[in-house]
Design a protein around this ligand. Structure first.
Ligand code: HPA
Length: 274
């Protein structure tokens, strides 16, 4: 069996299914650093610690929980991944995207991704939310590297990777809540060091609005599997060099805490409209 491949995902899904009463999740949600509070919105939750899922490693980064919560939000069945596997932890990209394979094997047709990100666009402020409109994969690596699996797409199309209709739904949800919602391009770098000011300048030249260390492998996998994708970046700080102060993970978490409630409200409204 291929590590973190389609068969491995089916095996993990087979373990999860009896633990969630055979519920079929409609939307898989990946929560970024500090955004774990959304799990409290899940009704009739079944909670599965990651260490009970075959091939899932334990999650050890501050701000990441390490559990899968399946239940309903606004009457729709959701599978919420609280905690993700990052490339900077030394995990292969196939593993960073493995939860998406598992969600797909459980029946999810839509992926909602979220992350904490640095603002590259100088119009952005810390504490704002950004709809991801497109991304730059600056890792130049892919979770799809390797022999292609039977029946899977070798060269997936990545135009409109972030579904235009779902982006519209996010703006509609934000409008209802009177929330300011930015839109822009997310660039993924491998990390774990934050960017240098020169790199941030480069990112701006390349057209990036926000920068982070996740999300792109998951979205690439979801698109290969034919899932629709929506994504939100929580702008926790302005990227290096824009402000005088050095970047610090605990500050990232503190700002995330202050926008987490807005994020939660947005996701709830989005799910009810989606
Ligand atoms: N850069 C990269 N990743 C991040 C940042 C940043 O400034 N803030 C939160 N995640």
């Amino acid at each position: 069996m291929r590590p973190y491949g389609a068969d491995a995902a089916r095996k993990s899904a087979d373990v999860i299914r009896p633990l969630i009463g055979d519920a079929i999740p409609e939307i898989a949600i990946v929560l970024g650093s500090g955004l774990g509070g959304l799990v409290s919105d899940v009704q009739q939750p079944a909670t599965i610690p990651y260490n009970q899922v075959p091939d899932f490693p334990d999650v050890a980064i501050a701000g990441h929980a390490g559990k899968l919560v399946v239940g309903t939000i606004a009457g729709k069945v959701v599978a919420v991944f609280a905690g993700r596997f990052h490339a900077y932890e030394g995990y292969p990209l196939q593993l960073t995207a493995f939860p998406i394979r598992v969600a797909h094997a459980l029946g999810a047709k839509t992926l909602f991704v979220s992350n904490a990100a640095g603002g590259v666009n100088t119009d952005f402020k810390a504490g704002e939310l950004m709809v991801i409109e497109d991304h730059l994969n600056l890792t130049f690596a892919s979770p799809l590297t390797g022999a292609s699996e039977p029946g899977e797409v070798r060269f997936p199309d990545m135009s409109d990777a972030y579904d235009p209709r779902l982006r519209g739904t996010l703006h509609k949800a934000a409008g209802k809540l009177r929330l300011t919602l930015r839109g822009g391009i997310y660039a993924m770098l491998p990390g774990p060091a934050y960017e240098t000011p020169a790199e941030v300048k480069m990112l701006r030249t390349l057209g990036a609005d926000a920068v982070g260390m996740s999300t792109v492998p998951e979205v690439t996998m979801a698109r290969m599997l034919g899932m629709r994708v929506a994504g939100i970046s929580c702008i926790t700080n302005l990227a290096a060099g824009i402000e005088k102060t050095p970047l610090d993970h605990s500050e990232v978490l503190a700002i995330t805490a202050s926008v987490a409630l807005q994020f939660q409200a947005l996701v709830r409204e989005f799910i009810s409209l989606a």
